[in-house]
Design a binder for this molecule. Structure first.
Ligand code: S3P
Length: 210
């Protein structure tokens, strides 16, 4: 019997394999502010030909105000409840790539939903990189403190043990964005399609497999 030839439009590629394996699930990016969730998420979505969703932008649209305004007028607990509701809604609209706000994964109910509906990637960035990136903008209410460096350190200490529950971990660092995206693709392929990433790719992938 001759080997069946792949039909036109079904050219095998890691991206096509990932899409097929994802089904209706999303790829969800978690991690600290400044880790690059939106920047990498947008590029990853383009590579996978999936819609890109940004939880912070969706929260602002739903509330009709900016995140600093929500914090100021209603307070953080109100923001967190809205954030959990918006993420629950977005998790019903897969397949897609979703960038989440840095604090959202701390809520157990959100982690459970992400686990049900998505494959999660923790973009792990160290404090120096985070500080360098968040300094450029003043729109993170949690960092409007007398000592933002200490605040970032405390948040990292509190959050990293929880971010570790993500399915995959990729080191976010100062290399071209496309390199981080490539590592996400390789890690997703390994996880979803059962292949071990080549050693070169494995350098930036830090385990975190559940
Ligand atoms: C927050 C991160 C922000 C935003 C809000 C709170 C956090 O999103 O949701 O300012 O608790 O870490 P990014 O992680 O996209 O900056």
């Amino acid at each position: 019997m001759p080997e069946p030839t792949p039909s036109a439009g079904a050219i095998p590629s890691p991206e096509a394999d990932i899409l097929a394996a994802l089904g209706t699930r999303l790829v969800v990016l978690v991690g600290m502010m400044g880790a690059g969730k939106s920047t990498i998420g947008r590029r990853l979505a383009a590579r996978l030909h999936l819609p890109f969703l940004d939880a912070d932008a969706e929260i602002e649209a739903a509330a009709g105000m900016t995140i600093p305004e929500i914090f100021e007028i209603h307070g953080e607990p109100h923001f967190r409840d809205g954030e959990a509701r918006v993420i629950a809604r977005l998790l019903e609209s897969g397949p897609a790539v979703l960038a989440t706000g840095g604090g959202s994964f701390m809520r157990e109910e959100t982690r459970r939903r992400v686990n049900d509906k998505a494959i999660s990637i923790w973009l792990k960035a160290d404090a120096d990189i985070i500080m360098r990136r968040v300094k450029r903008r003043a729109d993170r209410p949690l960092l409007q403190t007398a000592d933002p460096v200490a605040t970032v350190g405390r948040l990292i200490d509190e959050r990293e043990p929880v971010y570790r529950h993500a399915d995959l971990t990729i080191a976010s660092r100062d290399v071209p964005h496309e390199k981080i995206v490539e590592e996400c693709i390789e890690a997703l392929h390994g996880r979803l399609c059962g292949e071990v990433a080549p050693p070169e790719a494995a350098a930036g992938i830090m385990g975190g497999l559940r």
